[in-house]
Design a binder for this molecule. Structure first.
Ligand code: AMP
Length: 466
C-alpha cells in the first residue's frame, strides 16, 4: 500500500516523501480515503499510530480542492485538542504536511497572550488548532466565528473529557454549523466518549487500528512494588543499575518533580522539568531540549503526558501511577511509537493498588511485578486483577501472642490502602487531577515519604494531601 494509492495529490505526496514516510500506517490507510470522501470518522487510535497525518493530509487536500477560503475571523477546519503542547504539535504537523500549499494555519491556546492570535484570525484561517477554553475566549471576543467551519476534528477526545472540558465542548458543538464533517479520535472509548460520539457524528466510518484501550503492543511494561518513602532511592537505583540515559519520568506532584529533578541533577544527569506552573515557552523549550538529546531526563507531571511527539523514546518511568487510568495509556504511549519498541516501568506502592487495578482493567492485562532486591515493599501491594478488583486485601501482620515486654516482641505494621480508606473517591476526577498537578503541601523533605499518623500533624502544619 502506498500513499499515492490512497488518492493523495502530488504536493502532499512530495511532503510525505520528504518526511521519509515509506508506507501509510493502518490508521492512515483507513482514515485518509474516508476523510477525503467527506465522511464522518470515529477512530480508536492511540498515540503513535500516525493518526495526525491520518486526518491532516486528507483535510489539507480538501482545503486545496474544495475551498472556499474562510473569510475574516473565520476558520474552515477546526481541530480541538486537550493541551497546549498537542496544539503546537498538531500545528507543526499541518505545516510539515502542507508545505507549499499556501494555507493559513494557526494554533490558539491559553497561557500565552491572546492578542497575536486575534490578529492572525482577522484575515481568517484555513486550519485552526485550538484548546477548548481559549477557543471560547476568542469566540466571546468576536475574534472567531464558527459559521464557516466545514470540518471539526476532536483529537484525543478522551483526554478532553478527562480534563473537564465537556461544558466547553458542548458550547462549541452548539455553535457549529449542523452541516459539517466531524472526525473523532480517541485512544480510549469510555461510555462518555461513546455518548458524545453518538450526539455529534453522522453515520461515521469506524476505525480501530488496535484493540481499544490497549497500550502499544511492542512496549515491555512492568511494575516494581516499593514502599512510598523508598521511591526516590529506588528510582535512582534503577536508573543507575540499568544505565538508563534518556527517559521521560512521571511524578504525581509538582513537588515530587522538583525533588527527583534535584536528585538527578546532583547525580550528573542533564535534566529539565515540565509541570503546570511552568510558563508555556519554558515547557516547549524543555521538550525541545529533550527531543534533541540535550536533556537526558525530562521529569513531568500529567500535563506532559499527552500529545508530546517524541520519536523512538526508549523509556517511560512512572514514579507515581496516574490518578486517571487512561493517563497510563497515554503516558506509556510516549514510547513504542510508530513501531519502535519501548520500555515502561512503574514504581507502585500499596496506596496505589486501586489505580493499578483500574489500569490493568483498562489495558486488560495484569502487569508483571518485579521486586528489586534491597527495596522489597514492607507494605505489600495487594493483588489486583483485570476486572479492576483488588483480589486480596493485604494481610495485617498479627501481633505475636507473647507476654508484654518479652524479648523479640515485634511491632505490628498496618497497611491501610487508598481503596480501604476511600481516599480517591472524595473529589471528582478532573478536580483530583488538578489538585495532583498543583502539588502536595508537605512539610518539606522527601515528598514521597509516608504520611504521618492521623491526629499528629507534622510541625503543626496539618496532614499532607495527595
Ligand atoms: P501520531 O500518532 O500522529 O502522533 O504520529 C506518531 C509518529 O509517527 C510521528 O512522529 C509521525 O511523524 C510518525 N509517522 C506518522 N505517519 C508515519 C508513516 N506513515 N511512516 C512513518 N512515520 C510516520
Amino acid at each position: 500500500m502506498s500513499f499515492a494509492s490512497l488518492g493523495l495529490i502530488d504536493p502532499l505526496l512530495r511532503n510525505v516523501q520528504a518526511l521519509d514516510y515509506q508506507t501509510p500506517t493502518p490508521v492512515q490507510v483507513k482514515a485518509i480515503p474516508a476523510v477525503l470522501s467527506g465522511k464522518d470518522v470515529m477512530a480508536a487510535a492511540q498515540t503513535g499510530t500516525g493518526k495526525t497525518a491520518g486526518f491532516a493530509l486528507p483535510l489539507l487536500q480538501r482545503l486545496v480542492q474544495h475551498g472556499p477560503a474562510a473569510s475574516s475571523n473565520r476558520a474552515g477546519v477546526l481541530v480541538l485538542v486537550p493541551t497546549r503542547e498537542l496544539a503546537e504539535q498538531v500545528l507543526q504537523s499541518f505545516i510539515a504536511y502542507g508545505k507549499g500549499l499556501d494555507l493559513r494555519l494557526l494554533a490558539a491556546y491559553g497561557g500565552v497572550s491572546i492578542n497575536p492570535q486575534m490578529m492572525k484570525l482577522r484575515k481568517g484561517v484555513d486550519v485552526l488548532v485550538a484548546t477548548p477554553g481559549r477557543l471560547l475566549d476568542l469566540n466571546r471576543q468576536n475574534a472567531v466565528q464558527f459559521d464557516q467551519v466545514q470540518t471539526l476534528v476532536l483529537d484525543e477526545a478522551d483526554r478532553m473529557l478527562d480534563l473537564g472540558f465537556a461544558r466547553e465542548l458542548n458550547a462549541i458543538f452548539a455553535a457549529l454549523p449542523a452541516e459539517r464533517q466531524t472526525l473523532l479520535f480517541s485512544a480510549t472509548f469510555t461510555d462518555d466518549i461513546r455518548a458524545m460520539a453518538a450526539s455529534i457524528l453522522r453515520g461515521p466510518v469506524n476505525i480501530s487500528v488496535s484493540p481499544p484501550n490497549a497500550t502499544a503492543s511492542k512496549i515491555r511494561q512492568w511494575v516494581v512494588p516499593v514502599d512510598k518513602r523508598n521511591k526516590p532511592e529506588l528510582f535512582m537505583h534503577l536508573v543507575a543499575e540499568n544505565k538508563w540515559e534518556h527517559a521521560l519520568v512521571f511524578v504525581k506532584t509538582r513537588k515530587g518533580v522538583d525533588y527527583l529533578a534535584a536528585m538527578l541533577d546532583e547525580a550528573g544527569y542533564a535534566i529539565d522539568t515540565i509541570h503546570g506552573d511552568k510558563p508555556q515557552p519554558a515547557r516547549l523549550r524543555a521538550l525541545e531540549r529533550f527531543k534533541t538529546g540535550e536533556v537526558q531526563m525530562l521529569v513531568a507531571t500529567d500535563v506532559a503526558a499527552r500529545g508530546l511527539d517524541i520519536d523512538d523514546l526508549p523509556l517511560v518511568i512512572n514514579v507515581d501511577l496516574p490518578i486517571v487510568a487512561q493517563d497510563y495509556v497515554h503516558r506509556v504511549g510516549r514510547t513504542g511509537r510508530a513501531g519502535a519498541s519501548g520500555v515502561a516501568v512503574s514504581l507502585v506502592c500499596a496506596d496505589e493498588a486501586p489505580q493499578l487495578a483500574a489500569i490493568e482493567a483498562l489495558i486488560r492485562e495484569t502487569l508483571s511485578r518485579e521486586e528489586e532486591p534491597g527495596f522489597e515493599a514492607e507494605h505489600r501491594v495487594p493483588q489486583t486483577s483485570t476486572t479492576g478488583q483488588i483480589v486480596k486485601k493485604p494481610k495485617k501482620l498479627k501481633k505475636p501472642k507473647v507476654p508484654q515486654g518479652a524479648p523479640g516482641t515485634v511491632q505490628a505494621v498496618g497497611t491501610k490502602t487508598g481503596a480501604q480508606s476511600g481516599e480517591n473517591k472524595r473529589k471528582p476526577t478532573a478536580q483530583r487531577a488538578v489538585a495532583a498537578e498543583q502539588g502536595t503541601r508537605l512539610s518539606g523533605g522527601n515528598p514521597f515519604s509516608v504520611k504521618k499518623p492521623r491526629g499528629k500533624p507534622a510541625n503543626g502544619r496539618g496532614k499532607s494531601r495527595p
